[in-house]
Design a protein around this ligand. Structure first.
Ligand SMILES: NC(=O)c1ccc[n+]([C@@H]2O[C@H](COP(=O)([O-])OP(=O)(O)OC[C@H]3O[C@@H](n4cnc5c(N)ncnc54)[C@H](O)[C@@H]3O)[C@@H](O)[C@H]2O)c1
Ligand SMILES: [Zn+2]
Length: 394
């Protein structure tokens, strides 16, 4: 008799991941079938869809959406969720789960459609990944952050216990349909908020993108990226394409973030804590920009960026009307933010810093004194010009 009861099983498997992100113009035009076919693995005579939509987007596009669905004979339910960063919680995920249950979703063939900004897509993505352990979904981003960032990667999540995105999964949508026409109704502040994530890509890896933002930034804001002239149309298309391409280049080889040195974490070291502490005053991209302003100064202190380059970067941030400072940024807050990020990055700072404009490196040895010096310079450079924000954009 074999008395050795300590057997060992090693299970090894691979998970192929394919997902699609594509530009689509006129998504709700009646002759455009992209939304009907997105994420569906088989054709059926009756199309059923559950659509989870940001209530504000429903208000703006709901009539057109229903007309589109009715025109194509789709049997649909629409769940309109009120959206804000403070409502990005598990409660919202449970609301979506209940709607999925009530709809009686077929598990593999009826992708959930998530229509809205980053908050809505993060909530629905998490619900889809949890529901019966995974249910396909399709993303239709309607904000600039959604188009160039939240709609491109694999991350889902909600805030929990005052921590940003503390609960979440890696679960990309099968298909993401990018129609920048939705941006025409976005307010200036949220458009600019998205430009901050684009500036991030520019600073760490794409100098041409920086030049494009510098040259066309104001027009892109005024025209809501809709391109009213051939020149601005080309600029808007190039800016969005370069931002998405840059993002995907960084994500594709590291989708599950096994490698914790990520240049796309630039601007996301101090900002998660700053954003949550300042809620609801700061938007995500605004907090990211403050982080980038601070770390630009850290780069200058370490001789990685010249003072002239720093001034160019700050001038562009101002041109885009992005805040570079918020009063919540006290030394103790920044130190705690860094400590929390070190836990998130498995014991090391792995802090991406810009090297000049368009390249990055990582450091692990930023000290509190260095941080305090950078903060003092930041306050000087800001000179009280980023008081906030509702007033500035009203
Ligand atoms: N999963 C990811 O990889 C990822 C990446 C970046 C950001 N995010 C998350 O995304 C969130 C920020 O996303 P956001 O900036 O899109 O914010 P958001 O989803 O809160 O949308 C911003 C505002 O715009 C409104 N809105 C949406 N579409 C509109 C339209 N077409 N016209 C008019 N108003 C519209 C919304 O109702 C909301 O008030 C943050 O929670 C952030 O953590 C996630
Ligand atoms: Zn971000």
């Amino acid at each position: 008799m074999n008395r050795d009861m300590s057997r060992n099983w090693i299970v090894s498997t691979a998970l192929p991941v394919h997902y699609q992100v594509r530009m689509v113009d006129g998504l709700l035009d009646l002759d455009n079938r992209a939304l009907l076919e997105a994420g569906a693995t088989r054709r059926s005579d009756t199309i059923r869809r559950l659509i989870v939509i940001d209530a504000a987007v429903d208000h703006l596009y709901g009539v057109q959406l229903r007309h589109y669905l009715q025109h194509h004979g789709v049997k649909y339910q629409i769940l309109a969720l009120p959206i804000s960063e403070t409502l990005k919680t598990m409660d919202a995920v449970f609301t979506v789960v209940e709607a999925i249950n009530a709809f009686g979703l077929s598990r593999r063939h009826e992708p959930i459609i998530a229509m809205g900004g980053g908050v809505l897509m993060d909530i629905v993505g998490l619900a889809a990944s949890l529901y019966r352990r995974s249910t396909p979904y399709v993303r239709v981003p309607t904000t600039l952050i959604g188009l160039v960032d939240a709609g491109v990667g694999a991350k889902t999540g909600v805030n929990h216990a005052a921590h940003k995105n503390r609960l979440g999964t890696y679960f990309p949508a099968k298909d993401t349909l990018l129609d920048r026409g939705f941006l025409r109704t976005l307010d200036t502040r949220h458009l600019v908020n998205g430009l901050a994530e684009i500036l991030k890509i520019a600073l760490i890896k794409d100098r041409t993108l920086f030049e494009l933002l510098d040259r066309h930034g104001t027009t892109l804001i005024d025209e809501r990226m809709q391109g009213h002239t051939p020149e601005s149309a080309q600029a808007a298309a190039q800016v969005i394409e370069r931002a998405i391409t840059g993002m995907i280049e960084e994500l594709e080889f590291n989708l599950w973030e096994h490698k914790l040195e990520r240049v796309v974490d630039y601007g996301h070291t101090f900002s998660p804590t700053v954003e949550m502490l300042a809620l609801p005053e700061l938007l995500h991209g605004e907090a990211v920009n403050i982080d980038m302003a601070l770390t630009t100064i850290l780069s200058v202190q370490r001789g990685l960026i010249s003072v002239e380059e720093r001034d160019r970067i700050f001038a562009l941030m101002r041109k885009l009307e992005l805040p570079v400072y918020h009063r919540i940024c006290e030394p103790a807050v920044l130190e705690e933010a860094l400590a929390d990020t070190v836990r998130h990055r498995d014991g090391l700072q792995r802090l991406p810093l810009a090297m000049g404009i368009g390249a990055a490196c990582f450091v692990n040895d930023v000290r509190p004194s260095e941080l305090r010096a950078a903060l003092a310079t930041l306050r000087e450079l800001d000179g009280g010009s980023s008081p906030l924000l509702e007033a500035a954009h009203a």
